[in-house]
Ligand binder design. Structure first.
Ligand SMILES: Cc1cc2nc3c(=O)[nH]c(=O)nc-3n(C[C@H](O)[C@H](O)[C@H](O)COP(=O)(O)O)c2cc1C
Length: 171
């Protein structure tokens, strides 16, 4: 597992090849198998493969959305915030699981942050909700841009691990 975690890098450029149905479903399974605080499971996904919708998702935020320019698959990670006060932690675990499953499948992935971000019309989450017809009581954590890698940033080695930030016994 550590090998997979170290080889994973953010990919923001994708080829035109579609993500296969098998890979897409494996990614969905990974996201939906994440643990959840108090076992509430408030996280839901909106899976988008329509090029026009993905292009419109890109406009929901003013910057940081390069990966959505070429991604053939975008998955919005959303949660019913009325059901859990740790919905964003739960949603973040699903996002991390998606990134790792993508790496396992040799697909590229980029976490495009939506929560707390904006475009010139206002809140990015509200824009994504409007576009994808998501009900009001939901919040949007991120849109995961996914596809076949067209750039290959080098993986990390264990040198990345900064043991100065690991405090054993006490700070
Ligand atoms: C919480 C979070 C939010 C991120 N938001 C964005 C984003 O909005 N746009 C983007 O292009 N990359 C985003 N990234 C990717 C980071 O920029 C990337 O993980 C970081 O530069 C380290 O590179 P690596 O993933 O290749 O290790 C985000 C990553 C995380 C974990």
């Amino acid at each position: 597992m550590l090998d997979l975690m170290l080889s994973r890098r953010t990919v923001r450029k994708f080829t035109e090849e579609k993500v296969s149905e098998e890979d897409r479903e494996a990614i969905i399974k990974a996201a939906m198998s994440a643990p959840s605080g108090r076992a509430i499971y408030p996280v839901e996904l909106v899976v988008c493969e329509d090029a026009r919708t993905i292009a419109e998702l890109k406009n929901c935020r003013s910057n940081g959305t390069t990966a959505l320019s070429t991604a053939p698959l975008a998955i919005a990670i959303i949660a019913d915030a009325d059901r859990s006060d740790v919905w964003d932690e739960d949603a973040s675990i699903s996002a991390a699981y998606i990134m790792l499953e993508c790496e396992k499948l040799n697909l590229g992935c980029c976490w495009v942050q939506i929560r707390g971000r904006s475009n010139d019309q206002g809140d990015s989450g509200e824009a994504v909700k409007k576009l994808l017809r998501i009900p009001d009581n939901y919040e949007v954590l991120s849109v995961m841009a996914i596809g076949h890698k067209a750039e290959f940033p080098a993986g990390y080695t264990e040198d990345k691990i900064d043991y100065a930030k690991v405090h054993r016994g006490r700070f």
